[in-house]
Structures are given as structure tokens and as C-alpha cells.
Ligand binder design. Structure first.
Ligand code: FE
Length: 342
């Protein structure tokens, strides 16, 4: 008898817990994001104002978030995974952490090359990894490709961050995809040989080091130049003003682009609302806000580019399948290691 009451109480408790968790899940979406930009939080706030759906944002390194999703499995509270790296979204797909989302809206507003062929992710923004050079010390007519940065004329002049950078890892993966392992290893050794200093700091620090005369060229994501040029800090604006931007590989495969991407987690308990948020982020207005605040290229072709991006001009993009880059990451890491790119 006692046992019966006990189990009935347990049952009641259990259903109360289920009720509570259901009512929480209806108007709240949990987002695991590896992006680190203020523009995103501004957009999530707008989404909540518009729909009443709260966005619970957990920010961390993309690799940590992938591990967390894998560990949590079916019980993960996450609905959406966002990362600033194509290599990482590819790995999340490969590990079965995402589920496909196919909607008319997405198909009509995001070009095919910026989505997963099997709909496991959709691009959120686009950026190119480019060569930034000092206007007084480098003639852009001398610049061609990433490959040519190992020419003797650039000895001691190249600045680039460490191999810990996801942006460098995925750039290296794209080079393995284009040229194979051996050729890319030779390139990495050559680049280490031409470095102005052992890699340290982030993309912005590389540009600052060029301004300080440590080297003449830096490998940098486009939007960091935008953030520097439009910085509230005068010194940063002055640093960026001394630089030119060169889109490499225009006569062959095109400049390496990377995407920030968003995917619905395999474990999502709020599929409908999560897809609402995905679509909201891809709307023309949201895309213009992302581009305007963070100087990334919109994925929605209807979104207007901010003046600065228009000034930089159109460029030819490497059209390698971005999902496939995740598969090249292990080889890319081996190359960094063997080449002594710390
Ligand atoms: Fe970044």
C-alpha cells in the first residue's frame, strides 16, 4: 500500500516535471553558438520582440560545442547549432548531430552552394580569407595567389595567426582539396619559412603588426578589416587605413570563402520554432543587419551590401563543396604539425 502511494506520488511528480519542461520548450529556443559577434545577439533580441519566442544563447568554442552535443546525445537541450566555420559544420554533420531542414523559404533565399547538399545546414553569412597588404610597401601587382606567398620575395614579410585558428585550418583544408597533401605540405613549409614572426594573436593583431612594420602582408578574414576601418577606436581606423585588400587566386579557383552556418540539432525538441528562427536570420533585413554590423557578406542575394563591401568589389570564389572541407581537416592538422606552423 505504502509503495503504491509512493509510486503514485512519483508519477504525479514526473508528470509535473514533464509539464514544466513542455511549457518551457514552447516559447524558448536553445542555441549553441561558436560565433562571437554582437550582431547576433541584436538579431536574437529582434526575433524575440517579433515572435515572443525567447532565445537562450550558449556561446563557446565550436569544437567544445560539438563535443557537448555528442556527449548530450538525444538529451541535448540544444535546438540549433551555429558555427563560424564550414569545417566544423561539416564535422557536426558527419557525427550525426544535425538533422535536415528543407523549406521553400530557405531554398528561395540561399544559393545552393551556400547550403548543405543534403540540407543538414544552411549558410548564415559568408567571408573571404584574403591578403591584406601595406599600401606603401607592397605593389598589389606583385600579388597573385596564396600559393605564391612562399616566393623568396616575401621572405620575412608574411603575418598569419596560429594553426589553432579554425579559419586557418579550413583554409588549409581547402588547399588540400585543391592541390593534394604533398603539394600543400610543401606550401606550408614555405609559408613558415616566409613568416615575419612565429604566429601569435588574432586576425586583427596581424593587421596591426603590418602597420607596426613587423611584416608587409597578412592573411585575414575580410570582415575584420571592416571592423577595424569602422572601429570606434581611432588608432584602429588609422591602422586599417594603411592597408589594401587583395582577393587571391582570382585567375584560378577563386578566393577561399568560409561560411558561418546554422543547423537544426538532431535532438531538437522545438523544431518548428527553431526553423522559424533559422528563417528569420536569413530574411533580407536580418542579413543586411549582419552585413552592416559585422561586415560579413550576406548569403541572401536580395540583401544589400554595406558601402564598404561594395567598395571592395565583387570577386571570384572558390566553389569547393564546403561540407567536404571537414573531411580534409585531419590532413590539414597533420600538415601544420609537419611544417612546424605552431
Ligand atoms: Fe571571427
Amino acid at each position: 500500500m505504502k509503495k503504491n502511494i509512493f509510486s503514485k506520488t512519483l508519477l504525479l511528480l514526473a508528470s509535473a516535471v514533464i509539464l514544466i519542461s513542455c511549457s518551457q520548450s514552447v516559447d524558448e529556443i536553445k542555441v549553441y553558438s561558436g560565433r562571437h559577434y554582437r550582431s547576433d545577439e541584436d538579431l536574437f533580441r529582434k526575433f524575440t520582440e517579433k515572435t515572443g519566442i525567447k532565445v537562450n544563447l550558449i556561446k563557446a568554442d565550436s569544437d567544445q560545442l560539438i563535443n557537448r552535443l555528442a556527449l548530450e546525445g538525444e538529451n541535448s537541450p540544444a535546438d540549433l547549432f551555429i558555427t563560424a566555420d564550414a569545417g566544423r559544420i561539416g564535422q557536426a554533420v558527419e557525427q550525426g548531430l544535425l538533422q535536415p531542414v528543407k523549406t521553400k523559404f530557405i531554398e528561395q533565399n540561399v544559393p545552393k552552394n551556400l547550403r548543405d547538399p543534403d540540407d543538414y545546414w544552411v549558410g548564415l553569412t559568408k567571408r573571404a580569407r584574403v591578403i591584406v597588404y601595406h599600401l606603401d610597401r607592397v605593389d598589389p601587382a606583385e600579388l597573385t595567389t596564396f600559393e605564391d606567398l612562399i616566393l623568396p620575395k616575401w621572405k620575412g614579410k608574411v603575418l598569419v595567426r596560429s594553426s589553432q585558428s579554425h579559419y586557418n585550418q579550413t583554409l588549409m583544408a581547402s588547399m588540400v582539396a585543391a592541390g593534394g597533401y604533398e603539394q600543400t605540405l610543401e606550401w606550408a613549409k614555405g609559408l613558415v619559412n616566409n613568416m615575419a614572426q612565429p604566429p601569435k594573436g588574432n586576425d586583427r593583431d596581424q593587421v596591426k603588426a603590418v602597420a607596426a612594420g613587423v611584416g608587409d602582408l597578412a592573411i585575414v578574414n575580410t570582415y575584420y578589416m571592416g571592423l577595424l576601418l569602422r572601429s570606434a577606436n581611432e588608432e584602429e581606423r588609422q591602422v586599417a587605413g594603411q592597408m589594401g585588400i587583395f582577393f587571391p587566386n582570382q585567375d584560378d579557383r577563386g578566393a577561399h570563402i568560409n561560411v558561418s552556418a546554422i543547423g537544426l540539432t538532431a535532438s531538437s525538441k522545438n523544431k518548428e520554432n527553431a526553423i522559424l528562427l533559422m528563417e528569420f536570420l536569413l530574411e533580407k533585413e536580418s542579413q543586411e543587419m549582419l552585413a552592416g554590423e559585422n561586415f560579413e557578406y550576406p548569403v541572401n542575394p536580395d540583401a544589400k551590401w554595406p558601402d564598404l563591401l561594395v567598395e571592395w568589389g565583387e570577386f571570384k570564389e572558390d566553389t569547393v563543396n564546403l561540407t567536404s572541407l571537414g573531411n580534409y581537416l585531419p590532413e590539414a592538422m597533420k600538415i601544420f604539425n609537419e611544417a612546424g606552423w605552431n
